[in-house]
Design a protein around this ligand. Structure first.
Ligand code: BG6
Length: 474
């Protein structure tokens, strides 16, 4: 028997920058992610430690071609429909709509592309869930304005968002503003297009950028509601609670602080004002924010639902530099001795999802939407062409089971979109071989392959899960 509501939105998620490729097609401009190479320079560029503002002929850039979803979307969406998807999360590449980011008139080809993609979803009875900014700021905005460190970005984003709400009105009603907004603290270039000047207080720059994003997010939430009262807007947190490494009060305090570092963003987006603990954090980090008088009023436009990604829980001890750490999804964590980890060191903790969901619902009392979850793993193609990804099925089954428990805990859960429903480029490493999909894509880490799509064992399993509304997980 299923505990999931009858209108539960089962589906999957991708992002433009990791799937579309065609990085200059249809008038698209270059974005931050187009500057992030594969290989040893990847992390330094992502983290803003190595400045890369133009392309280097010696580097390979995985986003440039990705899985060429740009030219395959009709067939790919048909495959998702075959699994019974009710919802499909993707993002709009800002630079397809405004190639530079500061134009007044949008790029008609970009609008036409997404219109066609969303119509394709509708044709199959799939509701699009659209992220406005998923790790891809137009490079012109980085070079000309310093990206989100500059208040002018609020206006550019507002214009972009309004253009999307109006152009796709009637096609899209579920929107997310910034993907994993808290990640800008950990990966400032990929998260928010930030580069630093010699000697400046990075915390100041990051939190000022965060303020601009939070104001922009609230402003466009208001606009979305004005354009169409049916629109529903969510924030998007890179989720996963911090556990205290031990019951030592110092460890517990550190876990609380680390959780606040992430939840700070959602506190503002869901409650409409800065949390009380923020002043002390700012003071201790030497941060003095430029906040305009009108901002408090704008921030009051809160989100309709809380969306988040969940891959792993995290762990904190009083000494976060004790050498026993890992950085799954760029967030530093103490290694948890009680949990197994994926080949990339991301701990596997289904119960942690229930803990995270309860924390978020206790704190905000708004419906939740799990918009990313999954296991990045290497797949093997058997001699007969089959891909028997039982490890992925096990991971997803365990997480769906606890979603059921969380629903029984009384939490309204709107939907579930496991990450990378079709294989795509990994955001952290740029690998294709770190696969999440129900659908395999023939492409390797260096961009070689036929791009052929193949259904994995998990494809048939997930199809059954959806058909039974989560009642049959066998
Ligand atoms: C989230 C991002 O951080 O995790 C996605 O929103 C990303 O863009 C996903 O792909 C999984 O991370 P990775 O590095 O395995 O692709």
């Amino acid at each position: 028997m299923s505990v999931f509501p009858t209108d539960f939105l089962w589906g999957g998620a991708i992002a433009a920058n990791q799937a579309e490729g065609a990085h200059l097609a249809g008038g698209k401009g270059l974005t931050t992610v187009d500057m992030i190479p594969y290989g040893e320079n990847r992390m330094p560029v992502k983290l803003g430690l190595r400045e890369q503002v133009s392309l280097d002929a010696d580097e390979y850039y995985p986003s440039h071609d990705a899985i060429d979803f740009y030219h395959h979307y009709k067939d790919d969406i048909a495959l998702l429909a075959e699994m019974g998807f009710k919802v499909f999360r993707t993002s709009i590449a800002w630079a397809r709509i405004f190639p530079k980011g500061d134009e007044l008139e949008p790029n008609a080809e970009g609008i036409a592309f997404y219109q066609s993609m969303f119509e394709e979803c509708k044709k199959h009875g799939i509701e699009p869930l659209v992220t406005l900014c998923h790790f891809d700021v137009p490079m012109h905005l980085v070079n000309e304005y310093g990206s989100w460190r500059n208040r002018k970005m609020i206006g550019f984003f507002e214009h972009y968002a309004r253009t999307c709400f109006e152009a796709f009105d009637g096609l899209v009603k579920y929107w997310l503003t910034f993907n994993e907004i808290n990640i800008l603290l950990h990966s400032p270039f990929s998260g928010a297009g930030l580069l630093f000047k010699e000697g400046e207080n990075k915390e100041q720059v990051k939190y000022q950028a965060a303020h601009h994003e939070l104001v922009a997010s609230a402003l466009v939430t208001k606009i979305a509601h004005e354009v169409n009262p049916e629109n529903q807007v969510g924030c998007m947190l890179a989720g996963g609670n911090f556990y205290p490494y031990s019951c030592k009060p110092e460890d517990v305090m550190m876990a609380l602080q680390k959780d606040r570092e992430n939840l700070f963003f959602i506190d503002v987006q869901a409650r409409g004002y800065y949390p009380s603990y923020a002043q002390r954090v700012f003071r201790e980090k030497g941060i003095c924010l430029d906040i305009h008088e009108e901002d408090a009023e704008i921030l009051k436009h809160t989100v309709d639902f809380i969306s988040f990604s969940y891959y792993a829980s995290r762990c904190a001890s009083a000494d976060m530099n004790n050498g026993n750490t890992s950085e799954a999804n760029v967030v530093k964590s103490i290694k948890n001795p009680h949990l197994a980890a994926s080949d990339w060191g991301w701990v596997i903790d289904p119960l942690g999802l229930r803990i995270t969901m309860n924390t978020l619902y206790d704190r905000y009392q708004k419906p939740l939407f799990i918009v990313e979850n999954g296991l990045g793993a290497k797949d093997v193609i058997e001699a007969d062409g089959d891909i028997n990804d039982d490890y992925r099925i096990d991971y997803l089954r365990a997480h769906i089971e606890v979603m059921g428990e969380a629903i029984e805990d009384g939490i309204p859960l709107m939907g579930y979109t496991p990450w990378g429903c079709i294989d795509l480029v990994a955001a952290s490493t740029g690998e294709m071989s770190k696969r999440y999909g129900f659908i395999h894509v023939d492409r390797d880490d260096k961009g070689k392959g036929t791009l052929t799509r193949t259904r994995k064992k998990s494809f048939y399993w997930y199809k059954k899960v959806i058909a039974s509304n989560g009642g049959d997980l066998a």
